[in-house]
Design a protein around this ligand. Structure first.
Ligand SMILES: NC(=O)c1ccc[n+]([C@@H]2O[C@H](COP(=O)([O-])OP(=O)(O)OC[C@H]3O[C@@H](n4cnc5c(N)ncnc54)[C@H](OP(=O)(O)O)[C@@H]3O)[C@@H](O)[C@H]2O)c1
Length: 268
């Protein structure tokens, strides 16, 4: 199977590195096309990739094409691709806000998978949500899922509404976690801990809590109940957050990202 990635930036390269390990690519090296000659030069030194300077040499024969350019470059790219694509190819878009309908119309092809990746894919812990146009078969979807899962895990969603919604949860979500981490780091520093100790305290608290959650069937709420005893320190912190409506504010933030994703889709 010939897999081509167009755009070797943050996301394209992350997915390329994951997919290069896939047994599905055992016969053909992962193909990469980027417009930046310097980037291509560097990538050529990597034996996992087959790097191309022109689309004519790699696009017409590709079976699966990942598109990982910035959304504002997509119109220009679609224009270049249009004469070289066919209906049997599957196009997997990593681009935020570019709808299946837009890709179908601009490329004149039918088989489209639209995804919402997230940043932890960089360390093999990403979660990608994906949905596909009707003509993509179940077998093809399994194939795509196997490729996406090389960067972590994935979930299939039935409609593009849930791609926009997952932007608000998992796509933008790592930034919410970093925001919370930064707040705790600043609190630790104010209490007088050193930079190093603050980082150790905060990072291990997050890691430990996630591990507890992953290794049990308990909800986060049940874990809070187990940690917080009446009149104790944790309860004082939770009461403070509840009094300040923090839960609602975080939900509002997730909806703000969701709404912005919908808006960006309309602007395209
Ligand atoms: N980064 C994230 O956390 C994240 C999360 C979710 C979704 N996404 C989506 O992932 C996509 C890629 O984002 P990114 O952060 O990886 O962008 P990026 O780092 O800018 O990478 C895009 C790459 O594509 C190249 N390129 C531009 N036009 C091209 C063309 N016509 N043909 C081939 N290559 C071309 C760019 O070259 P130049 O640098 O020379 O322009 C660059 O190397 C975006 O659509 C974004 O919405 C990203």
């Amino acid at each position: 199977m010939k897999v081509l990635v167009i755009g070797a930036g943050n996301m394209g390269l992350t997915y390329s590195e994951g997919m290069a390990t896939s047994p599905l690519l055992s016969k053909h090296k992962l193909r990469i096309f980027d417009t930046d000659p310097k980037k291509n030069e560097t990538l050529r030194a990597d034996s996992r990739f087959n790097v191309f300077d022109t689309l004519d040499d790699c696009l017409p024969k590709a079976d699966i094409v990942f598109i990982a350019v910035k959304p504002y470059h997509s119109d220009n790219l679609f224009e270049q691709m249009k004469a070289m694509v066919n209906d049997s190819q599957i196009f997997v878009s990593l681009m935020a806000g570019v709808t299946i309908d837009t890709i179908q119309q601009k490329l004149g092809v039918k088989k489209i998978v639209r995804t919402m990746p997230n940043l932890p894919a960089l360390v093999g812990k990403g979660v990608t949500s994906y949905t596909a146009s009707e003509v993509v078969s179940n077998v093809e979807l399994i194939l795509i899922r196997n490729l996406l899962d090389t960067t972590g895990t994935s979930i299939h969603v039935n409609t593009e509404k849930f791609i926009d919604a997952s932007t608000g949860i998992s796509g933008s979500g790592p930034a919410y976690v970093f925001y919370f981490m930064q707040s705790m780091l600043e609190a630790a520093l104010k209490m007088g801990f050193s930079d190093y100790d603050s980082k150790v305290l905060v990072s291990n608290t997050f890691e430990g809590a996630i591990e507890l959650f992953n290794q049990s069937n308990l909800s986060p709420e049940s874990w809070i109940d187990r940690v917080a005893s009446k009149g104790g320190t944790t309860q004082a912190a939770i009461d403070s957050m509840d009094d300040n409506n923090v839960k609602q504010l975080i939900q509002d933030a997730a909806y703000a990202a969701f709404d912005r994703a919908v808006e960006l889709g309309k602007e395209k």
